[in-house]
Write a protein that binds this ligand. Structure first.
Ligand SMILES: [Zn+2]
Length: 550
């Protein structure tokens, strides 16, 4: 080591910089230490109790949940996050559709019809009383993808205005099993059904039908049949311009093959669309059907609190968790009809309260503003977070990150923590660093083709360019047998996911794992708070260009 003589002033500066950094370092420890398994347990227990009636939006369960969270935010010392209020109202519309029982298909060789529910399921996001396809032309548009970062445009040179597009589910990387195409078997947002409908609408198509296949969508057609035959929620976008198709839906593979045969084609056309440069084409078929629509307008609530940053109050770090669940519904075999949603997502919501206390109790108050956002209507389509992302209280270009919690670990401490959506943004590296500091490691999801990155609230932040991270419970249980983590997860998915039995059992849940993950989320927040640069999206991420435009 070289000795350098410094003037007295310079020494003083170094000393004060050190003490500031020391303070920040201590803050990480004392903030994290303020979180406790006891209060986490207490809050999960209350939010998941029968008194909260399954926390369904628009019900008494919502009123109780929102009141409780407000009270807890105030108790934790959070300031109101939306002007003078802890509430952000989320206006929504509930759309009920009744589709005609069949769809008439006119082809050069004769007419036939497809049977609703068995062959296809359709619905609409539009709120006008009736939607129809009136001999609308059908165009095959490959994957229906426009992805500049992958040099891919299924709509190039294709006129789909006023027509119905037929597209494949997932993306070319998955179906062609080519690692170098898109992200190989990791689903990109271009593979997700919501994207297909959005893009078709942007292209001016009147309708969009996705060809279902179980591998590509990762669920059987019955899931589509169950989810899309009734009432759906959306944001109330009256007065806003929004591109929407008139009719959207899914076809079974056999029904799609029937259409292709009527057009004198077969499934080789589908395989051809795996290749770059594929050109879609009109199938020479015309579709006719109708949907009756009725609507009810309703309001739900995001609960929002904040700690104003001491140095950069206009720069924001957001933690999210959805407070809602499924309410009271069909009883299970024991007669229980309250869907308590203990793991999904009383646990994440309670985690939000722990993090609020950690930042508040820390000896070094955050320099940037920390926002705690409990969002509504995740279960019905991620609507609370969508509303926030479209109507942000804090400018999105000054929002550094969203850290989302949807289900915390319940089976004890694990060596690993699992990142959903590998390689998206720098927050993954922040998590790795935080994990390493706790003697833990980052692992990645086992089924990247299922597109879980697009299935919880952080995704709405990604969609508007804000780097967002979402994790799930690790599987390597430290004090457990080999495979204990996997077994616990499988048991939950089979027996308790979206059932009345997703209940809190303080004797069986081991919350040290949840606390350990919360410590990592807190450390990521502290790193973001102290950082001199904003985190970014990685090359190849479909959200990079959106951020860079801002
Ligand atoms: Zn959830």
């Amino acid at each position: 080591m070289k000795k350098i003589l410094l003037p007295f002033g310079a020494l003083a500066m170094i000393a004060s910089a050190c003490s500031n950094n020391d303070k920040k370092a201590t803050a990480v420890d004392d903030g994290a230490a303020a979180m406790s398994a006891d209060s986490l347990s207490k809050n999960i227990g209350i939010l998941a109790s029968d008194d909260f009636m399954g926390r369904k939006p628009f019900t008494e369960g919502e009123t109780r949940t929102v009141e409780y969270l407000k009270e807890k935010y105030i108790g934790a010392g959070l300031e109101p996050g939306n002007g003078g209020s802890y509430i952000q109202e989320v206006p929504m519309v509930s759309i009920s559709t009744k589709a005609a029982p069949a769809m008439k298909v006119s082809s050069p060789t004769g007419d036939f019809s497809l049977k609703g529910f068995d062959d296809y399921v359709i619905w609409t996001d539009r709120t006008e009383a009736e939607q129809k396809l009136d001999a609308a032309d059908l165009v095959y548009a490959g994957y229906g993808v426009v992805a500049p970062e992958y040099n891919w445009n299924d709509y190039a040179g294709l006129d789909v205005k006023g027509k119905v597009v037929l597209v494949r589910v997932n993306d070319p990387g998955f179906h062609s099993k080519t690692a170098s195409l898109f992200k190989g078997d990791t689903m990109t947002y271009y593979g997700r059904w919501t994207y297909k409908f959005e893009e078709a609408a942007r292209q001016g198509a009147r309708g969009c039908l996705i060809i279902h296949d179980e591998a590509g969508s990762s669920y059987p057609f019955s899931v589509v049949q169950n989810n899309w035959n009734g009432t759906r929620l959306r944001l109330d976008n009256r007065g806003k311009t929004e591109a929407l198709c008139d009719v959207i839906g899914w076809l079974t593979t056999p029904a799609a093959n029937k259409l292709l045969a009527a057009a004198g084609k077969d499934s080789t056309l589908l395989a051809m669309s795996d290749k770059a440069g594929f050109k879609g084409e009109s199938l020479g078929l015309k579709l006719t059907t109708t949907i009756d629509v009725s609507t009810v307008y309703k309001k739900s609530t995001n609960v929002i609190g904040r700690i104003t940053g001491s140095k950069h109050p206009d720069e924001v770090i957001i933690y999210t968790a959805h407070w809602d669940h499924l309410g009271i519904g069909k009883p299970d075999e024991t007669g229980d009809s309250i869907y308590n949603g203990a793991l999904d997502n009383a646990s994440g919501t309670a985690g939000l309260l722990e993090l609020a206390r950690a930042f508040k109790k820390s000896s070094y108050p955050p320099e940037r503003t920390i926002v705690f956002l409990a969002v509504t209507a995740e279960e019905q389509g991620l609507w609370g977070s969508a509303y926030y992302a479209q109507n942000p209280v804090y400018p999105l270009d000054k929002t550094l990150a969203d850290i989302n919690m949807d289900g915390l670990p319940w089976y004890g401490k694990t060596k690993d923590i699992i990142v959903i959506g590998r390689g998206q943004n720098d927050l993954e590296d922040y998590l790795k660093e935080a994990a390493a500091s706790e003697g833990r490691v980052v692992a990645f999801e086992a089924k990247p083709q299922a597109g879980f990155y697009y299935r919880s609230d952080h995704f709405n932040f990604a969609k508007v360019g804000v780097p967002a991270i979402f994790t799930s419970a690790g599987t390597e249980v430290i004090d457990g047998a080999d495979g204990a983590g996997k077994a616990a997860e499988e048991e939950y998915n089979e027996k308790h996911y979206h059932r009345p039995s997703d209940q809190y059992n303080p004797a069986a849940w081991k919350l040290d794992g949840a606390l350990s993950d919360l410590t990592l989320f807190y450390k990521i927040g502290r790193k973001l708070d102290a950082a001199t640069t904003f985190p970014g999206w990685k090359t190849g991420s479909e959200f990079k260009a959106i951020r860079e435009k801002k």
